[in-house]
Design a protein around this ligand. Structure first.
Ligand code: COA
Length: 334
C-alpha cells in the first residue's frame, strides 16, 4: 500500500510588536498611501529584543502539536525552512528540537520565501519513503533583523512570524502533488550579499548596505507573477486537478498587487485567493503556514477542500503543493 502524508495539525505565531505604515512614515520618506497602493500592506509584526527565529518557531510548533493532539516526543523529524536562522550554525531546527524536549533529527532548509514549501517537500518525501511517520514542518523568519530601516524600498515590505504543520503517514492523501523549482541565474535579484563566507562581516563593514536585504523590486515582481501561476498549474496537473477544483489558493503573502495579477492570470475569483498581507507584510518562509492557520482557525476550510500552497522567493526559488484538507473545522470538533 502506498504511504501518503496528511496534515494533522497546524499552528502559527506572530510577535506582539506592531509596526504600522504611520510608524514607517516617521522613519523614512514614505507614506501610508504609497505603501497601501503599491503593496496592500498596512502593518507588520517585528520580533522583540532577545527574541529570534527559534522562539517564534517554538510557539508555532507548540500550537501545531496541540492542534494535532500529539506530544513532541511522537515527532520523528523536524524540518525548518528559514533564511534568518538564529545563527549560521547550529541549525535553528536543533534549537527548536531542544526547546521542545525532542530527540529526533532536525535540520534547516534555506529556500528564502519558498522555504515552507521546500521544507514540506522534505517532510512529505520522508513520509512517503517510509523513513518517518510524523514530521514537524516549520516555516519561520525574522527578516526585520536583516532590513536596513533607512531603505524605503525594502523596509516597508517585510515582517516577522512563524507557522508550522504536523504531517502524519497514512493510507489516504493528504498532500497530493508537490513541485519545486530553482533558478540560480536570478540569485542577484534578491539577496543579503554579506554575512556569509563570500563577504564575512568585519568590524569596518558594520553599517555597509551589503549586510541588508537588497532587491530589484521590478524584476522580482515580474518573476512572481509568472512563477505563482506556473507552479500552481504544474502541481494541479501532477495531482490530476484544475484551478476550478480549488477551494483556496494560498499564495506566499508578499504583495497584494502580485496576488491580484495572479488571480487574473489563473482565472480564479479573488474570493478563493487567500490574503492577509495587509496585517502581516511579507513574513518570508512563515507566510504560507501563517495564512493556512488563519484560514483554518477562522473556519474557512472544510474537510474535503482542495487547496494549493504556493511560494516564491530568493534563489530564485518557487514551489507549490496541492493538498486535500482532511481536518474538520475547529468548531466542528467541539
Ligand atoms: N515610499 C515611497 N516611495 C517609494 C518607496 C516607498 N516605500 N519605495 C520606492 N519608492 C519610490 C521609488 O524611489 C520610485 O521613485 P522615482 O520614480 O522617483 O524613482 C517610485 O517609488 C517607484 O518605484 P518602483 O520601484 O518603480 O515602484 P513599484 O511600483 O515597482 O513598487 C515594489 C515597488 C517593491 C512595491 C514592487 O516592485 C514589488 O512589490 N516588487 C516585488 C517585491 C517582493 O515581493 N519581494 C519579495 C519577494 S519574496
Amino acid at each position: 500500500m502506498t504511504t501518503h502524508a496528511r496534515i494533522i495539525g497546524v499552528g502559527s505565531y506572530l510577535p506582539e510588536r506592531i509596526l504600522t505604515n504611520t510608524d514607517l512614515e516617521a522613519m523614512v520618506d514614505t507614506s501610508d498611501e504609497w505603501i497601501v497602493t503599491r503593496t496592500g500592506i498596512r502593518e507588520r509584526r517585528v520580533v522583540a529584543e532577545g527574541e529570534a527565529t527559534s522562539h517564534l518557531s517554538v510557539r508555532a510548533a507548540e500550537r501545531a502539536l496541540a492542534d494535532a493532539g500529539i506530544a513532541a516526543s511522537e515527532i520523528d523529524l523536524v524540518v525548518l525552512g528559514t533564511s534568518s536562522p538564529d545563527m549560521i550554525f547550529p541549525a535553528t531546527a536543533c534549537l527548536v528540537q531542544e526547546k521542545l524536549g525532542m530527540t529526533c533529527p532536525a535540520y534547516d532548509v534555506n529556500a528564502a520565501c519558498s522555504g515552507f514549501v521546500f521544507a514540506l517537500h522534505a517532510g512529505v518525501a520522508a513520509i512517503e519513503s517510509g523513513r518517518a511517520t510524523r514530521v514537524l514542518v516549520i516555516g519561520a523568519d525574522a527578516l526585520t533583523r536583516h532590513i536596513d530601516f533607512t531603505d524605503r524600498a525594502t523596509c516597508v515590505l517585510f515582517g516577522d512570524g512563524a507557522g508550522a504543520v504536523v504531517l502524519e503517514a497514512g493510507g489516504e492523501p493528504g498532500v497530493l502533488g508537490i513541485v519545486l523549482g530553482s533558478d540560480g541565474s536570478g540569485a542577484g535579484l534578491l539577496r543579503i550579499p554579506a554575512g556569509g563566507s563570500a563577504r564575512p562581516v568585519v568590524p569596518e563593514g558594520v553599517g555597509d548596505a551589503s549586510r541588508y536585504v537588497q532587491m530589484n523590486g521590478n524584476e522580482v515582481f515580474r518573476f512572481a507573477v509568472k512563477a505563482i501561476p506556473a507552479a500552481t498549474l504544474e502541481a494541479l496537473a501532477a495531482s490530476g486537478h484544475t484551478v476550478d477544483d480549488l477551494a483556496w489558493l494560498v499564495p506566499h503573502q508578499a504583495n497584494q498587487r502580485i496576488l491580484n495579477t495572479v488571480e487574473q492570470r489563473l482565472g480564479i475569483p479573488s474570493e478563493r485567493v487567500f490574503s492577509h498581507v495587509a496585517t502581516t507584510g511579507n513574513t518570508s518562509a512563515a507566510s504560507i503556514p501563517l495564512a493556512l492557520d488563519d484560514l483554518y482557525t477562522s473556519g474557512r476550510i472544510a474537510s474535503g477542500d482542495l487547496i494549493a500552497l504556493v511560494g516564491f522567493g530568493a534563489g530564485l526559488t518557487w514551489g507549490a503543493a496541492v493538498v486535500r484538507w482532511t481536518k474538520p473545522r475547529p468548531t466542528e470538533e467541539n
